[in-house]
Design a protein around this ligand. Structure first.
Ligand code: ME8
Length: 518
């Protein structure tokens, strides 16, 4: 067993009623960046994603596709695996709720809750939205233009009346409030925490956790006429993948608890139901639930009917993978809503990547190739300006760590780009091309300082842009074994005189034929 601190991060498991779109890619990307950062920073990371395959919504989608639910799930789940490959996601596991390991786990959790007296059999009568897989109270509903009742999400609801097992959620109100109050970082961002807190403070109803009117789900232990409510099934995936129900053997105690990254639409399930289930079963609650914002496309809600669904593989083909990864992580303050637009993406590709970062690298590496015989420059004594740039670069590790610890991906990138800007100003001020004739020794020092700054930058951009950063590090002859964050200091600085390969550009400009480059 490794002595490194463990870190476990999860994406929601996605419904297989639909193919992956930008929203799914976004959540998983945020987790991937976090997982990559923590791995590079010496943690023993587990990063989980997967698919949510049971319930009425999936059963209905399968029927509409003319397929048996299992065959349908196999087919769509595969598309999420393909997405993970296409987007270079580094997930360590991919869970499907139809797998035997999960069925065993969720039945074990159910039994645990039953033994603890947290489950009772009764009748459910009320509103249900299949699209949300959620129960709603009368006072939560609105009305559509045709007078039909709608859930707050806009999903149609239907009246359901059937026998059902219930979880004693109402009894957990005060303990949930204590949890939110004693651990302010449990739900983030803070505005979302306040929303959840007031929802819970308003009182909780017991939760219906089984259904009898369809069969595509995990059978309730001892009463197979019922299948479990899809959310108790789905949420349990997070402990299944950590090894539950083997709590004492295996990795469970080391892995669990996790940081759950979710969209704001499913915060209530993660921040209310899930910790209540866990506390009731005597299992530790998650480390944190972070709810990020919602993407629109060119200012409009993304929906199939508007025909503006953003297909992850299409934007990658158009702008480049690392370009899209960077744009999504930079364009929006993580936690807020954002708009994905062609203009915005081109601006990020051309301005931040091609001009600022790419051009810096290209200028420095090609000056080194031309003027230092293809070797890393040999520095003389450093002056204050040289040291200032390098100190700024080395200071990025503590700064980015702080941002990552609160999932502020945009601030992490802003901090890194602060040093990119400093380095560009330094090149202009120092004008190494002029020093070539007047003071070649000083030119070598300046180019060395820049190359070392680039090494630091390329190490730090790895979590967001793994492929491009790796190409930059190759051009600086940094071996794969020296790309961990413990190398982000002067003790591991670029070796003067090291052979460097021929430089090539890493961030091409995006040229828009119709609209001209932005
Ligand atoms: O809710 N902007 O699955 P789901 C940002 N199976 N993120 C978006 C988005 C958008 N426009 N659209 C979707 C489920 N997402 C359940 C989860 S977990 C135990 C079970 C992302 O396929 C966001 O993360 O409907 C949202 O929470 C998730 O996709 C919903 O995926």
């Amino acid at each position: 067993m490794s002595g490194k601190p463990a870190f476990y991060i999860t994406t929601p498991i996605y419904y297989v009623n639909d193919n992956p779109h930008i929203g799914h890619a976004y959540t998983t990307l945020a987790c991937d960046v976090m997982a990559r950062f923590m791995r590079l920073d010496g943690h023993d990371v587990m990063f989980l994603t997967g698919t949510d395959e049971h319930g009425q919504k999936v059963e209905k989608a399968a029927r509409e596709a003319g397929l048996d639910p299992r065959a349908f799930c196999d087919k769509v789940s595969k598309n999420f695996r393909i997405l993970a490959k296409e987007w270079n996601f580094s997930n360590d596991d991919f869970i499907r709720t139809t797998e035997p390991r999960h069925v065993r786990s969720v039945q074990a959790l159910w039994r645990r809750l039953e033994e603890a007296g947290e489950i009772y059999l009764d009748h459910y009568e009320g509103w249900y939205a299949v699209r949300d897989e959620a129960f709603y109270a009368e006072d939560e509903l609105g009305e559509g233009p045709d007078g039909r009742k709608l859930a707050p999400s806009g999903a149609p609801v239907e009246w359901v009346k059937e026998p059902s097992y219930f979880f004693r959620l109402s009894a957990w109100r005060d303990r949930l409030l204590d949890l939110y109050d004693s651990r302010p970082g449990f739900i983030m961002p803070e505005t979302r925490r306040n929303e959840v807190r007031s929802f819970v403070a308003g009182g909780l109803r017991d939760l219906s956790i089984s259904r009898t009117s369809f069969s595509w789900g995990v059978p309730v232990p001892g009463d197979p006429g019922h299948v479990m409510y899809v959310w108790i099934d789905a949420l349990t995936n997070y402990i299944t993948a950590a090894g539950y129900p083997d709590e004492d053997g295996g990795d469970f105690r080391r892995r669990w608890p996790a940081l759950h990254m979710v969209g704001k639409d499913i915060l209530r399930f993660h921040a209310v139901y899930w910790p209540a289930f866990l506390m009731a079963a005597g299992i530790e609650v998650p480390r944190r639930v972070f709810a990020h914002g919602w993407w629109t496309s060119e200012g409009r809600k993304i929906s199939k009917s508007l025909g503006n669904v953003i297909v992850p593989s299409e934007i990658v083909a158009r702008y480049g993978l690392d370009q899209v990864r960077y744009t999504l992580m930079r364009e929006v303050n993580f936690g807020n809503d954002g708009d994905f637009s062609h203009r915005g993406t081109v601006r990020r590709c051309n301005h931040d990547l091609a001009n600022d970062y790419g051009n810096l690298a290209q200028r420095v590496l090609s000056m080194i190739a031309r003027n230092c015989g293809g070797r890393a420059p040999r520095p003389g004594d450093l002056n204050d300006g040289d040291r200032e740039l390098l100190d700024g670069a080395y200071g990025l590790l503590p700064a980015t760590r702080e941002h990552i610890a609160v999932q502020a991906f945009h601030l992490m990138l802003q901090a890194i780009w602060g040093v990119v800007g400093d380095a560009n100003r330094y090149v202009d001020e120092q004008a190494p091309w002029a020093l070539r004739k007047t003071d070649p020794a000083r030119m070598e020092t300046v180019l060395y300082v820049l190359a070392e700054t680039l090494r630091v930058l390329a190490l730090l951009t790895q979590p967001v842009m793994p492929e491009s950063s790796s190409r930059l590090l190759d051009q600086l002859a940094v071996p794969e074994s020296e790309r961990q964050f413990d190398r982000l200091n002067a003790d591991h600085a670029l070796r003067p005189g090291a052979d460097l390969p021929e430089p090539t550009g890493v961030f091409p400009r995006y040229r828009d034929e119709e609209q001209g480059a932005a």
